[in-house]
Design a protein around this ligand. Structure first.
Ligand code: GDG
Length: 456
């Protein structure tokens, strides 16, 4: 394949700005490696009236193209259909979903408008790679605008069981849209199996081989590509200035108490209330641990314009306040709950300082924090990872202490077990975890996806 790579994702990392994470770096690398291409997405700007075309920023052989959203598009496509319908349903929270036909119309409209903008950049020999739930229909709209080259899609969040997916009033339209891609990639085998089962049971898909289906007059390859991190980055960041400074600051306060750490966007999929309850249960049942262990939860707020996120914020404020009021002492605060973000270096420093990493989402596409925590540990004295069986990462990180986050007592037991785990067992488990994090890293992920996309 000699063509360029064309990427579309809702948010993009513009040249010059610091890359927000491993994914942005990996995609920029993929573009550079192919000798150029285009990365297209939303500018992050909301404007009064639709602006024509895109704004272009060039860096070497790569063009970054961004388009603005109007206020109505932002409300309907982004806050509405993407984050009030798709996000909750794909995370099994049909109870939180809000189905509004006008939101779907805005979603369809933005997918169509963006597809037309993107189509201008494509040449027949290029390969197009579209990301995530904001753009489920973009592939079909690209086909409608005449593009018939290679095109793949990767879903970063879970794909739910067919019975849950079918709750979306537009499920048939969305599934047909996804089948416009040549390759559809998911985070886990569970997601891949869910999508295949949906297509076979409800759309009459016929299996061609173990990864390819014939459906809607098209041939679609459906496969698992579990996303990873840059392990070297997280192994070295704890020793950076920021990493050391953060560990020193927190270390002075926690002193010789064991540290339990959680780092999550403030999202109802992350199981934060259940996690706080479980930590509270540890203190209820283990008098000997009171005053001896500190739980630090970093939870930068996100999507604050969506009601469910405002309610979560209030719930967490109350819970942390109650547990602290019950158990805090003059010189000890059981939960340090920080509703703000920290730099990646600081996070890595805290991961290394911690004895236990608590990653207990109720449902999660992958969960990169679990992998970052593993990569940041010291080989001779690594912390223990408590991981939800509903995080995509659990398919790979079987050597973690796996928990059902809905089971508060079970999670509390797992925390106690992790706190008292002998160093030999911690080392043994960590060896297995880090081997996986290193082997299936972010570079492996993007190469595997692109190889499958351009394979004849
Ligand atoms: C979606 C899917 C999938 C967190 N707090 C801060 C901060 N973070 C960074 C973490 C990590 C990233 O944000 C979060 O990634 P996750 O994977 O845990 O979760 P989502 O944001 O929900 O991401 C998820 C992912 O896409 C990739 O495919 O794994 O399942 O939901 O890197 O370190 N970063 C900084 N300050 C913070 O306070 N700088």
């Amino acid at each position: 394949m000699t063509g360029r790579l064309i990427i579309a994702s809702n948010r993009i990392a513009l040249p010059g700005a610091p890359k927000p994470g491993g994914l942005a770096v990996a995609l920029a690398d993929a573009l550079a490696e192919r000798g150029g291409g285009v990365w297209f997405g939303w500018s992050g700007e909301v404007v009064e009236r639709e602006t024509r075309g895109v704004r272009l920023f060039a860096e070497g052989a790569v063009d970054y193209a961004v388009a603005d959203l109007t206020q109505d598009e932002h409300d309907g496509y982004y806050l509405g259909y993407s984050n009030r319908a798709l996000w909750p349903v794909f995370h099994y929270r049909v109870d939180l979903a809000h189905f509004d036909e006008a939101d779907f119309a805005a979603y369809e409209h933005v997918n169509r408008r963006f597809a037309r903008l993107l189509a201008q950049f494509t040449r027949p020999e290029d390969a197009v790679w579209i990301h995530d739930y904001h753009f489920l229909l973009m592939g079909q709209e690209m086909r409608a605008s005449g593009w018939d080259g290679r095109m793949g899609f990767f879903l970063h969040i879970p794909f739910p069981a067919p019975e849950i997916f079918s709750a979306l009033p537009q499920h048939q339209r969305l599934a047909r849209g996804l089948c416009a891609y040549d390759l559809v990639g998911f985070q886990t085998h569970r997601d891949t199996a869910n999508f295949r089962r949906y297509l076979i049971e409800t759309a009459g898909a016929v299996e061609q081989d173990h990864r390819t289906l014939r459906v809607f007059d098209r041939t679609v390859r459906i496969e698992t590509f579990s996303i990873g991190i840059d392990p070297d980055e997280f192994a070295s960041l704890p020793d950076s200035e920021d990493g050391r400074a953060a560990a020193d600051r927190l270390g002075r306060i926690t002193e010789n108490r064991a540290l339990v750490i959680g780092v999550d966007r403030m999202d109802y999929s992350k199981g934060l209330p259940q996690r706080m309850e479980a930590f509270g249960r540890v203190l209820d049942d283990h008098e000997e641990l009171r005053g001896r262990v500190s739980f630090v939860q970093i939870a930068p707020p996100s999507r604050e314009a969506v009601d469910a996120y405002q309610q979560l914020r209030e719930q967490l404020d109350r819970l942390a306040g109650r547990i602290n009021a019950d158990y805090a002492d003059l010189d000890w605060m059981p939960i340090r709950y920080l509703a703000r973000s920290y730099g990646r270096g600081s996070l890595a420093g805290l991961y290394r300082l911690a004895r236990v990493g608590l990653v207990t989402p109720l449902m999660d596409g992958m969960n990169l924090v679990a992998k970052e925590f593993v990569a940041a540990q010291q080989p001779d004295d690594p912390g223990a990872l408590v991981l939800s069986e509903f995080a995509g990462a659990a398919e790979q990180l079987q050597a973690a202490i796996l928990v059902n986050p809905h089971d508060i007592a079970g999670t509390a037991d797992a925390i106690v077990r992790a706190l008292s785990m002998p160093v030999e067992e911690r080392r043994e488990r960590w060896q297995s975890l880090v081997a996986n994090v290193r082997e299936q890293d972010i570079g492996w992920w993007r190469k595997a996806f692109l190889a499958a996309l351009v394979e004849p």
